[in-house]
Ligand binder design. Structure first.
Ligand SMILES: [Zn+2]
Length: 482
């Protein structure tokens, strides 16, 4: 591990590891001298004692590790700090009384000569909503500024530890890995590990990787050691390495578009649906430093494609967030994908749609096309002209966001595909059919809201294919989307 770290630290400005010093917003982290961006931290001490303690950071500076772990079911809950027990944690914590994963994380932190360790269930008061809100909002910068993230990738709960002792004892013919970092009065530490399989995939297939709260921890962290079931792997912004030092390059996730982040995030699992936007707040806040744009409810104002989501797999057990406006992907449960290769519709007069936020980001005001349409039983769409008459041949297809059915809706064409060869993307909307024009338009399907003039809510997404008279339907109107 120390070799991986020194390899990452020994870099000059023109080397790939120079990226490992930077935040996603490209500011250099001064790891030795920056204040720890959390209110509390575990001080594991400089000596190898049986006790550690919870401490207020105040202006504490220096390197710290941050733990990523699965909490697991209620009966395997990790050690938690509450208002009732916090004084005893400030006074000192006996390491042996902590959850196994925490004990191991303390061993690793000490073994690496690092004094501080951040663990969510100990550093956030678990029965104080205000404290939870305050510290969860800092979560992004806590992981981004950490010297190292310790990822308990192989453990499904906090009792299993980093080294999978109990699990491996049952299944492995060889002795499980051992670690001995407790040699008093010695700077030497001996670690034996099983050889890893030849993969350097980090934790992308582990129980931890699918946790929604871990998503931004993973995207923001600059260096991570994954404690997987097959072995230990390293990942920084420049490389991935396994125990045999087999090296892979790392996908440049800092180059991902916001919609790509949301797609990957939507593949993760939330315990509490109400956390869906909160668990992404740190990443949005960091990326916001890079773009002069307004962000509300998971969506950037300057990127129309953020509205063009569809659900590719519903999420079992989640009911959606009815308090959120219908236009945000966060209002619906399930895995999402966005229209790609997407560009604004250029009209004959050269103008495109415009969007703005109102009502503290809950209402979208669109200046865009808005056309009434009839939906047939098999989800084909006929656009209607202003006089209510429509073409007799289908001009599009719609996919509804839920199981509801609609016969008459409004449709707003917001973008066109730059490359109609990207036919794989809409295939599941089109159910194998091919657009009948050379090009097609991505459209939102909207239902008028009773007694609120010009107000609509989203009910689906679809495609309208280009027809010779399509310009007749593209005239812009101003309306509200809630
Ligand atoms: Zn590096």
């Amino acid at each position: 591990m120390k070799m991986w770290i020194s390899n990452c630290l020994e870099c000059t400005d023109d080397k790939p590891h120079s990226r490992c010093r930077d935040t996603l917003a490209h500011s250099v982290v001064n790891e030795e001298d920056s204040p720890i961006p959390a209110e509390r931290i575990i001080d594991v001490g400089l000596d190898d004692t049986d006790n550690v303690r919870l401490a207020l950071t105040n202006d504490t500076r220096g390197r710290y590790c941050a733990l990523s772990h699965c909490w697991g079911p209620v009966d395997k809950r990790p050690t938690c700090v509450t208002r009732a027990n916090e004084d005893s944690f400030f006074a000192g914590i006996e390491v042996g009384g902590l959850s196994r994963t925490f004990q191991d994380a303390i061993l690793v932190t000490r073994g690496l000569g690092i004094r501080y360790l951040w663990i969510d269930s100990l550093c956030i008061v678990q029965d104080d909503v205000a404290h939870w809100r305050q510290e969860s909002a800092r979560m992004g910068s806590i992981y981004e500024n950490a010297f190292l993230r310790i990822a308990a990738s192989g453990a499904t709960n906090s009792t299993e530890g980093l080294f999978q002792r109990n699990l491996d004892r049952k299944t492995s013919e060889k002795r499980p890995p051992t670690i001995d970092l407790r040699q008093k009065n010695s700077k030497q530490a001996l670690i034996h590990f099983r050889a890893a399989r030849e993969n350097t995939n980090g934790d992308h297939i582990s129980p931890l990787a699918r946790r929604a709260w871990v998503f931004q921890e993973s995207r923001l962290s600059r260096r991570t050691i994954f404690f997987n079931r097959p072995g230990i792997t390293w990942e920084c912004r420049a490389c991935r390495m396994n125990e045999r030092n087999h090296t892979d390059t790392v996908p440049r996730s800092q180059m991902y578009s916001w919609t790509k982040h949301v797609e990957d995030y939507s593949d993760c699992v939330l315990t509490y649906e109400s956390d869906r936007l909160i668990a992404l707040e740190g990443l949005a806040s960091e990326l916001g430093k890079l773009r002069p744009d307004t962000y509300h409810l998971g969506t950037w104002l300057g990127d129309v494609s953020g509205l063009m989501w569809r659900i590719v797999e519903p999420e079992v057990g989640m009911r959606g967030l009815p308090d959120l406006p219908s236009w945000t992907w966060a209002s619906r449960p399930g895995r999402k994908r966005f229209a790609t290769g997407f560009g604004p519709i250029k009209r004959a007069d050269g103008t495109t749609s415009t969007i703005s936020f109102q009502d503290n980001g809950r209402t979208l005001i669109l200046e865009a096309s808005l056309t009434e349409c009839i939906v047939t039983d098999d989800r084909f769409v006929n656009l209607l002209r202003a006089d209510g008459k429509g073409g007799t041949t289908p001009t599009g297809l719609v996919r509804f966001d839920d199981a509801s059915d609609y016969q008459r809706l409004h449709c707003s064409m917001l973008g066109t595909d730059w490359n109609s060869a990207l036919i794989s993307q809409p295939n599941d909307i089109l159910r194998g059919d091919t657009p009948k024009g050379e090009n097609y338009y991505w459209a939102l399907f909207l239902q008028p809201i009773e007694n609120r003039q010009d107000h609509y809510r989203r009910v689906g997404i679809g495609l309208i294919w280009s027809t010779p008279d399509i310009e007749d339907y593209l005239e812009k109107q101003t309306f509200h989307l809630v």
